[in-house]
Design a protein around this ligand. Structure first.
Ligand code: NAG
Ligand code: NAG
Ligand code: NAG
Ligand code: NAG
Ligand code: NAG
Ligand code: NAG
Ligand code: NAG
Ligand code: NAG
Ligand code: NAG
Ligand code: NAG
Length: 630
């Protein structure tokens, strides 16, 4: 017999022998020490002779069964404290869920050895006493749920060291003291409700809705609605620093108050003189108007004024804008957007940008590119303002709000669901808008921040994209998980390094969001923080069911075929490998065809009468590509 063959056979035998018998012996022992030393009202089938990896309830092993990486034991009826030196020996564990039990005692101090933990679910137990002081030991922690316990003391500031944290739930405890400045860009879900927290709300957490902090005793001036954009007549240069500290808006107002009145006065002179010459309409886009700027020479910030784009019939100046009453519309990736109602009844959306990584010149160049885009599916940039302290962008205002609000606001309550027609039009419009952007500037322009909260409905009720071209200008948002992670293509590790292919990915996520009615990242209330792309993939992989679709869509008859069509496009767009994603131009055609397929030669009612439900075949996408960017 061939020796080689025998050797191979031995190898194969050994391998299969090994696979069949490998067990995480040490981890098993640790679990036994745990279960034998804690009261539990429900029995567990943790038989020593059975495989922990394939038979033990709640246990998940790694690929070669050498270590336990997840332990999920919700509602087993545990009582009393976690015995020390038991679970803490599961050194490879990543997910630990002991929620909804009656575990008491302090947070186990030896859990600090479990440095690989990414998710800790200990909510709805009877834990008490202080939280661990040093959270930095869990460098990879992304979900921490300790709500519904009796933890007391203050929130440790070391939580701010958890750079991958996406979800922090500490509601329904007895935490007191001030909330530390948790400047964690990746943080998406926060719940500090019903504690005994006091003091001001730190700046870094003001992007979260006030409902996340209800049931505490925070200083009222910080939970009050933002101040309107009113230029205080008494604003004095000397007040600059304190005003900035007090309110972001006042920052706008006195942006560079050092120059304050001088510049404003100069501006007014310029504006009024221009108004006379231009029939009351202040329009600027060509460099030809340089002479006018001379009027403010002598001021260091002489170009700090609203720069309008051609074709814009808005007639106001910076002072009018600052006088406008304003309300916060949303806090986004690159800054906060306000609705500003001017005295002449014009309403605009004003975006106040965060720190930028580029200088004035580069900013202005990009604004010229972005401002020159006029397309029915791209929100027009009307004007911008640049000074050392303030960067503003002025857009049209859409009273119906963003697609994100239309999809997610007031779910479960009495609301009009977003119908399928509109969702298709949103998809078509957004795709056309992105396609137009991608063809602009010699095919070099990238949107960079496509998400439902940046899509609006234009007058024809088609999608219309906003907020483009900023990604490359702004300071990068800390990796590995950015605020927009749910829309971000896996290859984008630096928020500035966006590409047209990553735009297509984000658009794909938007399609999935329109179909499922689910946010790209959302909590289920149980053990999971769901990443939409991964979830859709898993539903497709497990069993191709209609479960993936938004229940609000189920009331619309005969749209299954169209939904499946859109799902396939969405999944092609979120291909892990950028080169495998379609170009946006072909996506436009595909999305437009959804309707054509249905309203064309085969009306959906006909399909129904034939009794043939559309075949739900998984689209040809690489299922293994579903891992989340993390
Ligand atoms: C497990 O195996 C040991 C010896 O192999 C045996 O004595 C014991 O009864 C077994 N336990 C169960 C529950 O089968
Ligand atoms: C243990 O798991 C294996 C694989 O899933 C299964 O074939 C076997 O029947 C299970 N044994 C018991 C006792 O549940
Ligand atoms: C939690 O602890 C309190 C007293 O500390 C006790 O009265 C209560 O029964 C406990 N709850 C559970 C679910 O164990
Ligand atoms: C994390 O897990 C790996 C194996 O998966 C292990 O080598 C490493 O020691 C673990 N890290 C910690 C801090 O326990
Ligand atoms: C954190 O996760 C990364 C990969 O996700 C892994 O390489 C690293 O070892 C983990 N760090 C710790 C401290 O476990
Ligand atoms: C926290 O609760 C424990 C008992 O559960 C108590 O001994 C301790 O004094 C409390 N600490 C604070 C700061 O309230
Ligand atoms: C964050 O971690 C570093 C090093 O691990 C430590 O020096 C620092 O004190 C921690 N920050 C907080 C707020 O605990
Ligand atoms: C806090 O408790 C209230 C009342 O029991 C409950 O409605 C709420 O969901 C709890 N909050 C959290 C974060 O679990
Ligand atoms: C909240 O804190 C205040 C002051 O520290 C204390 O007087 C009060 O009893 C606390 N309330 C609760 C519900 O813990
Ligand atoms: C944390 O636990 C509470 C109570 O079970 C739940 O309502 C909340 O959704 C959980 N948060 C996350 C992010 O899973």
């Amino acid at each position: 017999m061939d020796k080689k063959f025998i050797f191979l056979a031995i190898l194969l035998l050994e391998t299969s022998f090994k696979v069949a018998n490998t067990e995480p012996t040490e981890d098993k022992r640790a679990l036994h020490d745990f279960i034998n030393n804690i009261y539990h009202s429900r029995p567990l089938n943790w038989d020593e002779n059975l495989s922990a990896c394939s038979n033990w309830t709640g246990v998940t092993c790694n690929h070669d069964n050498s270590r336990i990486i997840a332990l999920r034991l919700p509602a087993i009826g545990f009582r009393g404290p976690i015995p020390s030196n038991t679970l803490s020996r599961l050194s490879a564990i990543q997910i630990l869920s002991l929620r909804s039990n009656g575990i008491s005692g302090p947070f186990p101090s030896d859990f600090s050895k479990l440095g690989n933990l990414t998710s800790i679910y200990l909510q709805s137990n009877n834990f008490s006493s202080l939280l661990p002081l040093d959270f930095s030991v869990w460098k990879n922690l992304s979900v921490l749920n300790l709500s519904n316990n009796a933890f007391n003391g203050s929130i440790p500031s070391s939580i701010s060291n958890l750079t991958r944290l996406t979800s922090l739930s500490l509601g329904n405890n007895s935490l007191s003291g001030e909330i530390p400045d948790l400047n964690i860009p990746s943080l998406q879900l926060l719940d500090l409700t019903n504690n005994n927290l006091t003091g001001p709300l730190p700046q870094s957490l003001r992007r979260f809705p006030s409902s996340d902090f209800s049931g505490n005793d925070l200083s009222p001036e910080n939970s009050a609605p933002p101040l309107p954009l009113i230029l205080p007549p008494s604003a004095q240069p000397s007040k600059k620093s304190s005003k900035l500290g007090e309110s972001a808006i006042l920052g706008i107002i006195v942006g560079g108050c050092v120059l304050g009145f001088v510049v404003l006065a100069a501006l007014m002179i310029v504006c009024y003189s221009k108004r006379e010459g231009e029939n009351g309409v202040l329009v600027k886009s060509q460099k030809k108007e340089k002479p006018a700027k001379k009027a403010v020479s002598g001021s260091e910030d002489k170009n700090s004024r609203l720069i309008f784009f051609e074709g814009c019939n808005l007639a106001f100046d910076l002072e009018d804008l600052l006088r406008a009453s304003a309300e916060v519309l949303g806090k986004g990736t690159f800054g906060t957007t306000y609705k500003a109602a001017l005295e002449d009844a014009t309403t605009v959306a004003v975006k106040r940008l965060r720190e930028m990584s580029v200088g004035k010149r580069e900013f202005e160049q990009q604004m010229e590119v972005v401002g020159s885009i006029r397309h029915e599916n791209v929100t027009a940039l009307r004007a911008y303002y640049y000074s050392k302290d303030e960067k503003l962008m002025v857009y049209d205002y859409y009273s119906r709000g963003s697609v994100s609000a239309m999809l997610h606001a007031k779910r479960g309550e009495d609301r009009t669901p977003l119908d399928w027609e509109t969702r298709i039009r949103i998809a078509i419009g957004a795709a056309r808008g992105i396609s137009h952007i991608h063809m602009h500037a010699g095919g070099k322009l990238v949107h960079g921040n496509i998400k439902a909260s940046n899509i609006f409905l234009n007058s024809q009720q088609y999608g219309c994209v906003s907020d483009l071209g900023l990604a490359t200008l702004m300071n990068p948002i800390a990796p590995p998980v950015m605020r927009t992670a749910g829309y971000r293509a896996p290859e984008v590790t630096d928020t500035r390094k966006v590409s047209q292919a990553s735009d297509v990915y984000s658009f794909g996520v938007l399609l999935l969001e329109l179909l499922t009615g689910k946010s790209p990242i959302h909590a289920t209330g149980g053990d999971e923080v769901i990443h939409l792309v991964r979830w859709v993939h898993s539903v497709v992989r497990e069993e191709w069911t209609a479960e993936v679709f938004d229940i609000e869509l189920l009331r619309f008859p005969n749209i299954e075929e169209e939904m499946v069509e859109m799902l396939q496009i969405g999944m092609a767009c979120v291909a892990r490998v950028p080169e495998q994603r379609p170009k946006i131009t072909s996506v436009v055609k595909l999305v437009e065809d959804i309707r054509r397929v249905a309203s064309g030669n085969r009306p959906s009612s006909e399909i129904k009468s034939e009794g043939s439900t559309p075949t739900l075949t998984p689209p040809a996408v690489e299922i293994g590509s579903s891992s989340v960017p993390s």
